[in-house]
Write a protein that binds this ligand. Structure first.
Ligand code: NAD
Length: 367
């Protein structure tokens, strides 16, 4: 089976099985329903540690190939994130192709829920871009294999405060490793993106006595947050002009690229955004060359997945927060491996995750 190319300039067809093999995916499920207009892909990357948990993203992809590429990449990322967070979860993700503003209907979500149900718990969904906890409630009408439900339905609610806490303890771990003290007091910290996670993070940093610099494309939000925590507002055009101790990307992915790498003057990068390195290999190595300590995003932002994991067990926020605190130790270990083996931190994190997967896979074959 071959997919249409990403754009007319790209003449390379995407070979689905080749892509699955190269990233070691177990299963990919294509779902369509003419009546509701549903077009979705569920990718199960790895179930060695447990059922594949990962959110559903609804996005108006330009092509089916773009959607497939995204879901394959995201589901693989979930395997590594959960493995490093010490969860008994595998990696999976789903994408619904379409405009969430005009095409997201109850019928479409319920039809999607039935497809998830057909997987008998091998994949568990949650919210992601353009999906809400209310949408999870609709999917729940068709399948129990869903989390991220509203609090009043026994769910874990908004994961962002736990994610922000995980980023905060990660910053402390990175600071300890770089400066010998985990104190963030008086450190100059740039937080880019002041949404659910970024806004909660600046609260922690303010209490810690950090010197805050904030940026968001939403200027109203930026000024409101800046006023609350006495932060300096930085415009998007001048983002990397000044020198900082820590840069915290909490908006979108890909902000660490050729352009920003050339401009960045900071000692630590530690933030919530997914896929911060535009090119993991190239920009991960570039940061290491520049002696910038990069705290890998999939280690740092695991608070969200930790939070929903506890929903599966009967939600308890204290336990979720206590587990998220463990990210400090995991990041410290990642940094130590990176130092000992003289490899970039993202590679050290990958190694740590792969070692756990390997150990558990071996254990299972011995049973
Ligand atoms: P959000 O949508 O609430 O906030 C994102 C903020 O970034 C918004 O205020 C938006 O205006 C701003 N923004 C967008 N583009 C920007 C740009 N170019 N420059 C500056 N600001 C920009 O999202 P969130 O839930 O706070 O998540 C933030 C990031 O963390 C995302 O990348 C998300 O995937 C990742 N993440 C979130 C969680 C979670 O628990 N919410 C968990 C893991 C990872």
């Amino acid at each position: 089976m071959r997919m249409k190319p990403v754009n007319s300039n790209n003449t390379n067809d995407l070979d689905i099985f080749k892509s699955m093999q190269s990233q070691e995916h177990e299963q990919v499920m294509f779902c369509q329903d003419r009546d509701t207009g549903l077009k979705a892909i569920i990718a199960i990357h790895n179930t060695v540690l447990g059922p594949a948990l990962g959110g559903t993203r609804m996005w108006n992809y330009n092509t089916d190939t773009e959607a497939l590429t995204d879901v394959l990449r995201l589901s693989r990322g979930m395997t590594y994130k959960s493995a490093l967070a010490g969860l008994n979860l595998g990696g999976g993700k789903a994408v619904i192709i379409g405009d969430s503003k005009t095409q997201k209907t109850e019928a479409l979500l319920r039809r999607f829920g039935r497809f998830i149900n057909n997987l008998n718990g091998k994949y568990i969904t949650a919210e992601d871009v353009a999906m809400t906890s209310a949408d999870m409630s609709v999917i729940r009408m068709e399948t129990p294999h869903v989390c991220g439900l509203p609090v009043n339905q026994g769910g874990s609610g908004d994961p962002s405060p736990v994610t922000a806490y995980g980023v905060f303890v990660s910053m402390k771990a990175a600071a300890k490793s770089r400066w010998g003290s985990e104190s963030l007091s008086h450190k100059r910290i740039l937080v880019q993106g002041l949404g659910h996670v970024g806004a909660a993070l600046v609260d922690y940093l303010h209490k810690e006595g950090a010197q805050l610099f904030v940026n968001d494309i939403n200027t109203e939000r930026t000024h409101a947050v800046a006023k609350k925590v006495n932060a300096h507002v930085v415009s998007s055009v001048n983002l990397f002009d000044a020198e900082y101790d820590i840069y915290a990307p909490c908006a979108l992915g890909g902000t660490i690229n050729d352009e920003s790498c050339a401009l960045l003057k900071c000692e630590i990068i530690c933030g919530a955004a997914n896929n911060q390195l535009l090119d993991e290999v190239k920009h991960g190595a570039l940061l290491a060359q520049k002696n910038i300590l990069y705290a890998p995003d999939f280690v740092v932002n695991a608070g969200g997945i930790i939070n929903v994991y506890y929903e599966l067990e009967g939600y308890n926020r204290e336990r979720a927060i206590a587990h998220a605190e463990g990210i400090y130790q995991t990041l410290t270990q990642v940094i130590q491996i990176s130092h000992t083996q003289a490899i970039p931190t993202y590679l050290a994190a990958n190694q740590l995750a792969e070692n756990r997967l390997q150990r558990i896979a071996t254990l299972k074959t011995r049973r």
